[in-house]
Structure formats: structure tokens, C-alpha cells
Design a protein around this ligand. Structure first.
Ligand SMILES: *Cc1c(COP(=O)(O)O)cnc(C)c1O
Length: 432
């Protein structure tokens, strides 16, 4: 597999380099030079395969010679070890539950696969890999639990003091082993600035083999294609062939992976980009003008992104045919009030509790379906509702089935180290 930078197609690297670099020097993003199509036979027979079987076939087709078959098989079996069920709520309305992984969010697919790919490419005797990541909540948990116990890696997570939910904090701070959590006396932006500075500090880069684990890494994007194929397989079993996916979107990695799956031959009828008030992409799909903005804070805070980092990838996939993109993808954006309304409507209609991000996708699907009857709609549930306890009515809270792993978390003790918002403090911590 060869990848180029979206800013310079002549700049090409292999998969291993793309994974360890994360981002090309020219600040583009890595994209496969070839996006191969799966065979029609495989697509028509998807319903005969399991999620790990589908994941293997998709990954093998895309990665080519980057990993030998048996190694890839072992890697997939280890990374994709939890289900992604499609649950029918009513005729033509299905929810794709992506929250059955260790951190209870869809980011587990990306983080778990990436951690195993990195570990696979580390040669015996190579210097330990130091993963440095800033989080506003969900990313940190997925990265921590993705890398937990992975040999020859160490993860340091910076999170803003008092600004992540209780469960998110426990997921970050109670792991021990090769995972360290730093509670920074500052905001998420401060955490991000500290991480950025670390990557440019000569002394730190001399002493440590630093790498980032953020959502622009190609090894996080690839595994997110798996569950689109697998969802389509589940709909085939229900006799549905025309499918629309509604995706709660922030940095547009999730829906970007869906579009990549489409490029590989998955016959998706429509992609619906669902956002909160951060409506840069829905506005673009309406006006044709792409205008990044400063982000605004909402109750669906994992989607508070004004300049989606994966947009470059989507634009690159459709650079020869932007008209096709506007046909394939529509966008809707909602206020916090509309999001709360949607959470209530979902609860009333199906006795089903959705997190605010998921509620936005449901609402967008319903709005789109008003003009497109007869297409099976799947909205992606990106996180378990128990991760966002502050936004529910008491009746909803009572109805949430808290998973066993969360109950166990509550008995564990935080091992976070508190640091001031200071680069010198971070640097001496990392060097000690
Ligand atoms: C990260 C996240 C999103 C946004 O996904 P993108 O790939 O950045 O578009 C949506 N919902 C939840 C719960 C998330 O954690």
C-alpha cells in the first residue's frame, strides 16, 4: 500500500511510515494512492460474513502487501473483538450501536486497531513508543484502553481538570501499567497546545520516540470502514438493499470512513452528515462555500469542531467529481434545544436512550426520510449514554443500562498526576 499527502501527491510513503508520522510535513493528510474496489461477489454476499471476516477482507484489499495475511488476521481478531449490532427501532429506522468496545464509544474501533498496527510495526529491540495525546473526553479513553498492555508502548494523556465527565475521567486515570494520565490545570486547548509544543521540542524528541494518536492517523480511519460494511450486511439479512447512513459528525473521520467504504464499492444510497451548531459542512453542502469557523460549545461536545480535520480527505476523494459528493451527501445541523427535543422523542417513541451526539443523527435521518420514503435509514450511535450523565431527564437516567465495566470502574482509584498549565512542568515530567 502506498499513500500520498493530500497537499502533494508526488510525496508518497508506505503504510508503516504513514502510521508513525500521522501527518505529512506539508500538513496535508495521508490518503491511499489506490482505493481498490472489493469484488461484486463479496459485496453481494456480505450477509454471509461476520464482522471480523468482513474486517479482514476490507483491510487486506486496502493494505495489500503492507502486512502478510496471517499477521493481519491475528491483528484484526485482536482489534475487532466486540460487536457492532444494528438494532431495529421501527420500519426503516435502525440504530448502529458502536459503543460496545472498551471505552463505550466508536473511537474504540480506530484506537484499538491503530495501537495494534503500531505495535506490529515496532521491531524487537526498537525504542519504546511514547504516545502523547490531549483529550476533551472520548479520545483519551479510547486511546488509553486501546494501548493498555500493548508491549513496547507507553501512553501519556493530558486532560483538562474538572472538564471531563466522571466516567471519562475514570477511564483515563485508573489503568496503571503503560498508561499515565496528567490532569492539567487548564482547558482542553491548553492541553493541546502543550502536546503540540512537546512534538516540536528538540530535547524531548531526542530522549523519547514521540508519536501522536489523533484522529487524522490513517490507521484510525481504516477500521471505521469495517462497521459500514457490516451494517450493510445486517440490513441485507433483513431484506433491505437501499440504505442511508446518518452520522453524528465533528472532525468528519467517521463519515469520511463511510465515504471510503463507498469508494471501495459499498452501495450506499445516501450519507447524512449530522452536526450540532458547528455547521461548517452542512453550510458548505448548501452553498458550495467552505468556510471554517471558531468552534462553539454544545451539549454534544465531542462534535464541537469548527474546522473539521478530516475534511481534506473527503475533498480529496471527490476532487474530480464534487457534483457526486453533493449528490451522495446531505447535511443537517441542530441547536442544543433541538438536540434535547430529539433525545426526548427517541425515548418516547422507542423507550431507547441516546446520547446527544446520537440524537442529532436520529433527527437528521428523520428529516431526510420525510422526502425519501422507502429507504432504510441507519443512524450511528457513537457513544453509550452513560458517558454523558448530565443531559438526561430522571426517567431517561433510570432507563440507562450501565455496563458492568463502568460499575467496576467506580471502585477503582484515580492515579492521575496533577500538573500546572506549564510546558516546563510537562517536560520535566516526561524526562524524569
Ligand atoms: C468523536 C465523536 C464524534 C465525532 O466523530 P468524528 O469522526 O470526529 O466526526 C461523535 N460522537 C462522539 C460520541 C464522539 O466521541
Amino acid at each position: 500500500m502506498k499513500l500520498y499527502s493530500t497537499n502533494n501527491t508526488a510525496h508518497q510513503v508506505n503504510f508503516k511510515e504513514a502510521v508513525f508520522n500521522s501527518m505529512p510535513q506539508d500538513r496535508g493528510l495521508y490518503m491511499p494512492v489506490d482505493i481498490p474496489r472489493l469484488s461484486d461477489e463479496f459485496i453481494h454476499n456480505l450477509h454471509h460474513y461476520t464482522l471480523p471476516q468482513i474486517a479482514f477482507e476490507v483491510a487486506k484489499t486496502l493494505l495489500g502487501d503492507a502486512t502478510p495475511g496471517p499477521d493481519l488476521q491475528a491483528l484484526i481478531d485482536d482489534a475487532v473483538n466486540f460487536p457492532a449490532p444494528v438494532v431495529k427501532l421501527e420500519e426503516d429506522a435502525y440504530v448502529l450501536e458502536l459503543f460496545h468496545g472498551p471505552s463505550l464509544a466508536f473511537k474504540d474501533f480506530g484506537a484499538r486497531f491503530m495501537s495494534r498496527v503500531m505495535s506490529y510495526f515496532l521491531q524487537p529491540g526498537e525504542k519504546q513508543l511514547d504516545v502523547l495525546v490531549a483529550t476533551s473526553g472520548d479520545t483519551g479513553g479510547a486511546v488509553a484502553l486501546g494501548f493498555l498492555g500493548v508491549p513496547n508502548t507507553r501512553v501519556t494523556i493530558l486532560y483538562p481538570k474538572g472538564k471531563v465527565s466522571n466516567i471519562q475521567e475514570l477511564q483515563l486515570t485508573t489503568n496503571g501499567q503503560n498508561i499515565r494520565a496528567l490532569e492539567i490545570d487548564g482547558t482542553f486547548d491548553d492541553c493541546q497546545a502543550l502536546v503540540k509544543q512537546a512534538f516540536t521540542d528538540a530535547e524531548l524528541n531526542e530522549a523519547l520516540r514521540l508519536t501522536s494518536a489523533n484522529s487524522i492517523n490513517i490507521a484510525r480511519l481504516i477500521p471505521q470502514t469495517f462497521y459500514y460494511f457490516n451494517a450493510y450486511a445486517q440490513l441485507l439479512r433483513q431484506g433491505k438493499k437501499q440504505v442511508a447512513f446518518a452520522v453524528p459528525s465533528g472532525n468528519f473521520g467517521n463519515i469520511g470512513a463511510g465515504l471510503l467504504a463507498w469508494k471501495m464499492g459499498l452501495p450506499v444510497h445516501q450519507f447524512i452528515a449530522a452536526t450540532n451548531a458547528n455547521d461548517t459542512v452542512p453550510a458548505f453542502l448548501k452553498t458550495g462555500v467552505y468556510e471554517p469557523k471558531a468552534s462553539v460549545q454544545t451539549i454534544a461536545n465531542a462534535m464541537d469542531v469548527g474546522n473539521p480535520s478530516n475534511w481534506m480527505r473527503i475533498a480529496d476523494m471527490f476532487k474530480e467529481d464534487m457534483a457526486k459528493l453533493s449528490q451522495l451527501m446531505t447535511g443537517y445541523s441542530y441547536t442544543d434545544e433541538q438536540t434535547r427535543e430529539a433525545m426526548q422523542q427517541v425515548f418516547d417513541a422507542y423507550q431507547y436512550v441516546v446520547c446527544p451526539h446520537t440524537a442529532i443523527a436520529w433527527r437528521a435521518l428523520k428529516e431526510w426520510q420525510q422526502a425519501h420514503a422507502g429507504v432504510a435509514g441507519v443512524f450511528l450511535s457513537t457513544a453509550h449514554p452513560c458517558k454523558f450523565p448530565d443531559v438526561f431527564t430522571p426517567a431517561m437516567t433510570q432507563h440507562i443500562d450501565v455496563p458492568q465495566q463502568v460499575k467496576e470502574l467506580e471502585a477503582k482509584i484515580s492515579q492521575a498526576v496533577s500538573l500546572p498549565n506549564s510546558f516546563d512542568a510537562l517536560k520535566s515530567y516526561l524526562l524524569q
